[in-house]
Design a protein around this ligand. Sequence first.
Ligand SMILES: C[S@@+](CC[C@H](N)C(=O)[O-])C[C@H]1O[C@@H](n2cnc3c(N)ncnc32)[C@H](O)[C@@H]1O
Length: 205
Amino acid sequence: MDEKSVVTAYRRLSRQYDRFFGPVFEQGREVAVRKMECRAGDRVLEVGVGTGLSLDHYADDVEVVGIDVSPEMLEYAKARVNGNADRISLALMDAQALEYADNSFDKVVAMYVVSVAPDPKKVVEEMKRVCKPGGDLFIVNHFSQGKGAMASLERMVSPLSKLVGFRPSFPLDDFLEMADLDVVETRPVNAFGYWTFIHARNKAG
Ligand SMILES: C[S@@+](CC[C@H](N)C(=O)[O-])C[C@H]1O[C@@H](n2cnc3c(N)ncnc32)[C@H](O)[C@@H]1O
């Protein structure tokens, strides 16, 4: 999908998003935020924050900045900020052209976003640029396997994937090679381990 199509798709999807994709993706969100092991005062950027379903998982002493390209998704996220505007902020922004200076965040996370954005390589490059050297990058996404039982599952889940604009073919090895990440850990998350959590350390300089 190009960016205009992403914005249009999520304008249509925003009202129903939490109902359909709240529970399905929840374990991955919970694992990602727990694995971030945020310390008091950490500054976190969440790319493609959507309706803000992850926001409740962060501790009260962490600063979270959430960006998204969809104004409608962000409207729902705003309602989740509630009385926490002193430590959670939201902005309408393209993950492929982040409006933050280099080395601005301790941790940068993208949940279910890299295969929706038109240029996943650019998204990861921007995540790395705004993350401090030695900081942490976290990605949750579905990566295609295309063989065995997983291939059948991929066929079954593909209408759901299409709905959220996921790329149908996005192998993990290709992604890791393209993203050039210093991987600390990968682990399967969500139903059937169909999605993958990735933790990488941001390379210095
Ligand atoms: C599948 S939803 C995931 C939302 C949220 N992270 C979650 O856990 O439910 C994908 C989100 O990525 C956003 N998105 C897609 N491309 C983007 C881009 N280039 N820049 C910023 N956000 C983008 C969409 O608007 C949507 O809110």
